[in-house]
Design a binder for this molecule. Structure first.
Ligand SMILES: Cc1cc2nc3c(=O)[nH]c(=O)nc-3n(C[C@H](O)[C@H](O)[C@H](O)COP(=O)(O)OP(=O)(O)OC[C@H]3O[C@@H](n4cnc5c(N)ncnc54)[C@H](O)[C@@H]3O)c2cc1C
Length: 374
């Protein structure tokens, strides 16, 4: 496809850039850290929802303006390039909302979508368990149907922002006899229900906790809160993760760009031949990441199945990790006390884990895209 910007894309991007200039504080982007500024994140999400820039391809009234995929992509790339604020409730907007819109009942959509998208109510993702991270199908949290409710018992871990969330998208085992992939269901669970305990996990950095353990002890969940079909929670999870991975590559692409600038700024003078070769490889990979993104959009426009999301996730996070390692090697011992570099390194390590680790992405690419034997 032709990847030059169309007039329509440019007009849309300009309109978004103008809006960003109006809505962000004057000192935004001058190096002041903002990720922990939850007031800013909340007001930004609400403003983006109201202006239709939150999910630009979605309909008016649901945080969008009905843009086509190319125009929506131009906005998302610009947002990442300009390091627009992170959202107040990213798990809700980028993972729960797409699944709810695709698979939720009209009642569920009516009750939950707008408050989630506007940033009034935060959601978290209850997937990982102490014995089931990469092996999602191994989850053990159980939901047993009793009359018009499910009774839930079990534990989740690494649940981002559960302590600030009102609801969780919870994956439970509802049929122990079925093959592992088929006996899972997805429930919308109110975290204020009796029997729920949310325990934040202390961070080694000493900063605000981001992750929690969440315990479920005889928690009663109305059967109307089933999302999708009983025992077909796998399909809900795949739909939600596909949406998340689409968002993650755009984030990774922008992070790679920033990391490339950082290594040249901080360590350009110290760069020998080997480092320059490694840098060149990373620059090439950043182009490959962008072009793979465009190929995914082409497939989407042509209604073709797209294997690119796992390639993008893998290439994005691994490139980020390599640039981070190169930067540390060049900066040397000073990297240990450089807060910006440490933060970038932690971000790079995390990116290779959340949304499915690199090893898991390699398996998906090998088995599903290349048809290699299992
Ligand atoms: C920043 C961040 C945010 C997160 N937020 C959430 C959240 O909101 N909700 C949630 O539910 N979870 C969340 N997670 C958890 C995340 O999904 C898991 O960490 C991830 O799925 C890996 O699971 P695990 O940690 O149990 O590692 P494991 O699955 O135990 O893996 C350990 C190592 O073994 C490798 N490995 C495992 N299985 C295989 C295999 N079959 N073949 C090859 N290698 C393998 C992995 O790649 C990894 O290197 C978050 C994680 C991070 C880092």
């Amino acid at each position: 496809m032709d990847i030059d910007e169309t007039d329509e894309q440019r007009r849309t991007r300009d309109a978004f850039t103008r809006w960003l200039g109006e809505v962000l504080p004057a000192d935004y982007g001058d190096g002041t850290p903002y990720a922990g500024d939850w007031d800013l994140r909340r007001s930004y999400q609400r403003a983006a929802f109201e202006a239709g820039w939150l999910l630009p391809a979605w309909p008016v009234g649901l945080g969008g303006r009905g843009l086509g995929p190319l125009e929506a992509l131009a906005v998302q790339l610009e947002s990442a390039r300009r390091a627009a604020p992170k959202l107040y409730g990213p798990s809700g907007v980028h993972v729960v909302a797409p699944a709810l819109r695709k698979l939720g009942t009209p009642e569920q959509q009516g009750a939950y979508l707008v408050p989630m998208l506007r940033g009034d109510v935060r959601w978290c993702l209850g997937m990982s368990e102490p014995g089931a991270g990469s092996d999602f199908a191994g989850l053990q949290t159980a939901a047993v149907r009793v009359d018009d409710a499910y009774v839930v018992n079990g534990q989740k871990i690494w649940t981002s922002q559960a302590h600030w969330s009102t609801y969780t998208m919870l994956y439970c085992r509802t049929d122990r006899e079925a093959p592992r992939h088929r006996g899972i269901s997805c429930l919308i669970v109110d975290l204020r229900s009796p029997g729920v305990t949310v325990r934040p996990i202390a961070m080694a950095t000493g900063k605000d906790e981001q992750f929690c353990e969440v315990f479920f002890d005889e928690v009663v969940v109305p059967a109307d809160n089933l999302l999708g079909t009983e025992n077909d929670g796998w399909a809900v999870a795949m739909s939600a993760l596909e949406a998340e991975r689409h968002m993650l590559w755009i984030m990774a692409w922008a992070q790679v760009d920033q990391a490339l600038h950082r290594v040249v700024d901080r360590a350009g003078d110290a760069m020998g031949d080997d480092a320059a070769i490694e840098l060149g490889r990373s620059v090439a990979d950043s182009y490959a990441l962008g072009f793979t993104g465009w190929r995914a959009v082409t497939n989407q426009l042509r209604g073709r199945r797209s294997p690119e999301t796992s390639i993008q996730k893998l290439l994005g996070s691994e490139t980020l990790l390599r640039i981070s390692t190169l930067t540390d090697e060049l900066v040397g011992v000073d990297a240990l006390t450089d807060v910006d570099l440490l933060a970038a390194e932690i971000d790079a390590l995390a990116a290779a884990t959340y949304g499915g680790t690199s090893e898991v992405q390699r398996t998906i690419i090998g088995e599903r895209s290349l048809g290699l034997p299992r």
